[in-house]
Ligand binder design. Structure first.
Ligand SMILES: C[S@@+](CC[C@H](N)C(=O)[O-])C[C@H]1O[C@@H](n2cnc3c(N)ncnc32)[C@H](O)[C@@H]1O
Length: 215
């Protein structure tokens, strides 16, 4: 009996040791990379918003239930939109990108655990990726960030590609449709856009700089 207690104590110490080591390594990396001081919150798209987003896709994207499209979830968080697109359109490929280590690991494990064959999860800042091979982009970001991302999407995406944005519109873009959903106490909107040659021709040549907090 004593022997078993010692084994359990040892196991407990080993597991706690691994946990503390991993947590310390993560904190060290987060502080060194500056990510701990700047990490936007991961807020998943709600079920109601997701339904409206995919209804808009079904309505506007030609043959979406047959053609192999490539989806990119810009800041995928825990993969709410990435995995839903993969399940709903199994003939298509769905990619999620996020620079939050926790969100990335969660989505990566989810991908392996549920054996998704048509999902790719990338750990990166989306501004560093070339998005030109994607046909449909999902965005659920923040207003200022959305405007910066809009310029990146205009630069990278080909004419004919689609962008679906939850809550935040893109300034100066004409949506194909705007649809509302109920979000706890307020109504919010979802916007679907199609990138055109004209939009690309009018694209500003330089993205605006992010506002700095320092004076
Ligand atoms: C509001 S959450 C949306 C999550 C998911 N798209 C959804 O709809 O459920 C925004 C996500 O964008 C990520 N993000 C913000 N800026 C990013 C950047 N520059 N590169 C990669 N991910 C970013 C955040 O880490 C966060 O997980």
């Amino acid at each position: 009996m004593d022997f078993l207690i010692v084994i359990f104590q040892l196991l407990f110490i080993i597991v706690m040791g691994i946990f503390v080591a991993l947590f310390s390594a993560y904190m060290f990396w987060a502080i060194i990379s500056g990510r701990i001081f700047y990490s936007p919150p991961v807020i998943p798209t709600s079920k109601d918003a997701r339904k409206v987003m995919f209804d808009l896709l079904d309505k506007h994207v030609p043959d979406i239930n047959k053609k192999p499209y490539r989806f990119i979830d810009i800041g995928c968080g825990y993969g709410t939109l990435t995995f839903h697109a993969a399940k709903k359109y199994p003939h298509s490929k769905s990619t999620g990108v996020d620079f939050s280590m926790i969100a990335f690991l969660f989505s990566k494990i989810r991908c392996h655990f549920f054996k998704y064959k048509n999902v790719d999860i990338i750990y990166s800042n989306y501004f560093k990726l070339n998005l030109s091979s994607y046909d449909v982009a999902f965005c659920y970001l923040y207003n200022l960030e959305n405007q910066r991302v809009g310029q990146k999407l205009l630069k990278d995406l080909k004419p004919g590609s689609f962008v679906v944005s939850n809550t935040f519109p893109f300034k100066d873009w004409e949506p194909l449709e705007v649809a509302a959903y109920d979000d706890v106490i307020v109504k919010r909107d979802v916007y679907i856009y199609q990138i055109t040659k004209e939009m690309k021709a009018n694209e500003p040549k330089k993205a605006p700089r992010k506002k700095s907090a320092k004076k």
